[in-house]
Design a protein around this ligand. Structure first.
Ligand SMILES: CC(C)(COP(=O)(O)OP(=O)(O)OC[C@H]1O[C@@H](n2cnc3c(N)ncnc32)[C@H](O)[C@@H]1OP(=O)(O)O)[C@@H](O)C(=O)NCCC(=O)NCCS
Length: 168
C-alpha cells in the first residue's frame, strides 16, 4: 500500500486518532486531552513534539499515526500505531523512519522508547531499526501491571565524523 501518505498531525485528526487508540490500545488508550497537549507542543517557536498521521486515499479514518517528544538531545517515541488492515505492509517501518528523521532534524543524539514486554510485533520492529534493550520498568503499564522494556537507539549526529573515522 505504497499510496499511503504521511503528513503532520493536526487538531482535526484527534477524533480519528482516538478511534485508532480505542481499536489498538483499549485500556491503555490516550485521552483527547493528552493529544491536545502533545499537539500544542508541536507548534510555536520552540517545538518539542513531532506527530504524524498516515492516510490512505479513499479510506475513512487514518491508517496510522506516530509521535515523538524531544528533551535536550534525547527524543522519545511517544506512540506508534497502525490500524489492523494496514499492519504488515511496512507502514510501521515508514512511521518509525519518519520519527527517527524527525529526531535527527531536532539534532538529537538518541531515541528512547518503552514497549510492553509482551508486544512481540513492536519489539521486532524496534529491533530491526537497531533499538537495544537497556532496562525494564516494572508495572509501567497500569491497569494490568505489565512491565515495559526500555529501548534506545543511538543516532549519528549531523556533522559528527566520529562514526566515519572509526569505520575507516
Ligand atoms: C507495532 C506496529 C506499529 C507495527 O506496524 P506494522 O505496520 O505492522 O509494521 P511493518 O509492516 O513495518 O512490520 C510488521 C511486519 O510486517 C513485515 N512486512 C513489512 N512490509 C511487508 C510487506 N510488504 N509484505 C509482507 N510483510 C511485510 C515486516 O517484515 C514485519 O515482520 P515481522 O514482524 O515478522 O518482523 C503495529 O503492529 C501496531 O500498530 N500495533 C498495535 C499498536 C502498538 O502496539 N504500538 C506499539 C506501542 S510500543
Amino acid at each position: 500500500m505504497t499510496d499511503v501518505v504521511l503528513r503532520a498531525m493536526r487538531w482535526w485528526d484527534i477524533d480519528p486518532v482516538l478511534a485508532l487508540e480505542a481499536e489498538l490500545f483499549a485500556q491503555d488508550a490516550w485521552s483527547a486531552g493528552m493529544f491536545w497537549s502533545e499537539l500544542a507542543g508541536a507548534g510555536g517557536p520552540g517545538p518539542t513534539r513531532d506527530y504524524v498521521v498516515a492516510e490512505a486515499p479513499d479510506e475513512v479514518g487514518l491508517a496510522g499515526y506516530a509521535g515523538l517528544a524531544v528533551a535536550g538531545d534525547t527524543a522519545e517515541v511517544m506512540s506508534i500505531a497502525v490500524t489492523g488492515a494496514h499492519q504488515g505492509t511496512g507502514l510501521g517501518a515508514r512511521l518509525l523512519t519518519r520519527l527517527i528523521e524527525g529526531a535527527e532534524a531536532f539534532g538529537c543524539r538518541e531515541v528512547m522508547l518503552e514497549v510492553r514486554v509482551d508486544n512481540e510485533p513492536a519489539k521486532r520492529l524496534y529491533a530491526r531499526f537497531g533499538f537495544q534493550r537497556i532496562g525494564v520498568r516494572r508495572g509501567y503499564y497500569q491497569p494490568g501491571n505489565r512491565d515495559a522494556l526500555v529501548m534506545r537507539k543511538e543516532l549519528a549526529v549531523r556533522g559528527d565524523t566520529t562514526e566515519v573515522l572509526r569505520n575507516g
